[in-house]
Ligand binder design. Sequence first.
Ligand SMILES: C[S@@+](CC[C@H](N)C(=O)[O-])C[C@H]1O[C@@H](n2cnc3c(N)ncnc32)[C@H](O)[C@@H]1O
Length: 208
Amino acid sequence: MGKKWLDIVYNEKSSVRLKEHYKNWASKYDNDLIDWGYAYPTQVKKILESNIKIKRNSKILDAGCGTGLVAETLNDMKFNNIIGLDYSADMLKIAKSKKIYKKLIQESLSKKTTLRSNQFDVVLCTGVLTSGHVGAKAINELIRVTKNQGYLILSIAESIYEKLGFKNEIEKNNFQISKIKISKPFVALPNHESSATSKIHIYQRKLT
Ligand SMILES: C[S@@+](CC[C@H](N)C(=O)[O-])C[C@H]1O[C@@H](n2cnc3c(N)ncnc32)[C@H](O)[C@@H]1O
């Protein structure tokens, strides 16, 4: 069953059913992703070490945090002010058990959240802006909650970057974000047969 989850979640059309899938996958998610060689934790670590300068107490939003696999790496790097948000109570339950988040919020990124504008030094979003999950419009919401001069770190698979409107949405927001770097493409789950190549996009918010 393990290998099938990826196909199931990326092909899901209904947000309600997607939540059900994550409920059923939650307890095995970490083991599966680790077995498949999940590359985002290492990729995000590299960016935080070399492309942007932020303090250990920077306020970080892990948007669509899931079980906290990427935040575990941030916690190992001594970042201590991480707020997680996800719409799945079951994924959040596992995230909570790791005791690495200052706060966890159950909300959807597919509409405007209750988060205050311009508050995060970093907004991180890995494995979420993708097919079956959260659409390109959410880029606006992620920008809205980022502070002036704060950073957005977004993973986007190459295959859907243009097709699902992410390129267009990012370009439309050029007046309020500047590109810092787009990583070289890498395989997100090298040990999984249906894994695709992704890039990590880093932008800085500029309040107009
Ligand atoms: C592939 S997991 C990635 C989790 C984590 N960011 C990581 O890198 O391990 C996708 C996550 O997106 C969440 N998600 C899907 N749709 C969502 C929505 N509309 N709002 C918030 N979270 C959502 C799921 O519950 C799941 O935890």
